[in-house]
Design a protein around this ligand. Structure first.
Ligand code: GRF
Length: 205
């Protein structure tokens, strides 16, 4: 049974999708710890409701992001997690963290990487840029996390149609639904040892 660690910063709907799919048996894994950098993250409530160990770790208590990440590493290693899931986590991971969990960190991004990804592209900004550009499709991407921002090998992607009258809110809703679906699929596949990383390519066995 794979052990999961989840990092959140906000509402935690992606976390909730994983919780629900563990409870219904779709994902054969167990969330050992949920950590938020934001005290008010509703995702902490979702974890507590599900009886999952959760921590608010305040970045202000640490002299640097590097020190903050050493604390994160310590907490997740203490629980022997196999996979780290970034579920709406908005802080940058340190090189120490990436190294410690090489090829075992996945992130969900609300666009079709490499479009509308990288520094400054998160949350509503992504959907606003997609609409302003006049794209006909958008979507979500689950990828492995490396030292770059949204640059790691892609695991799964799925498209959504961008309609003529699309708004940021309507597109965000469409994409969030797809995020939940492909994030759950990626976690399930990891738990079944069916992801094979070959350079930039991730093959599904
Ligand atoms: C979502 O907009 C998603 O695109 C990104 O983080 C945001 C919050 O997700 N990954 P969640 O509801 O906190 O899971």
């Amino acid at each position: 049974m794979k052990k999961l660690g989840v990092l959140i910063s906000g509402g935690g709907t992606n976390l909730q999708a994983i919780i629900d799919n563990i409870e219904n048996g779709n994902i054969r894994g167990r969330i050992e710890l949920v950590v938020s950098n934001n005290k008010g993250a509703y995702g902490l409530i979702r974890a507590q409701r599900a009886g999952i160990d959760s921590l608010f770790i305040n970045p202000k208590d640490f002299s640097s992001n590097q020190e903050y990440n050493l604390k994160l590493i310590q907490e997740f290693k203490a629980r022997k997690v196999d996979l780290i899931v970034l579920a709406g986590y908005l802080k940058i991971l340190s090189p120490d963290f990436i190294k410690e969990f090489r090829n075992r960190i996945i992130n969900i991004h609300p666009s079709l990487i490499p479009s509308f990804s990288g520094d400054g592209y998160y949350g509503e900004r992504v959907h606003r840029a997609v609409i302003q550009y006049g794209c006909k499709v958008s979507g979500a991407t689950v990828h492995l996390v490396d030292e770059g921002t949204d640059t790691g090998p892609i695991i799964l992607q799925e498209c959504v149609k961008v309609d003529d009258e699309e708004t940021v809110e309507s597109l965000q809703r469409k994409v969030l639904e797809v995020e939940h679906k492909i994030l759950v699929d990626a976690v399930r596949l990891f738990c079944e040892d069916r992801l094979s990383v070959e350079g930039r390519q991730v093959k599904i066995l």
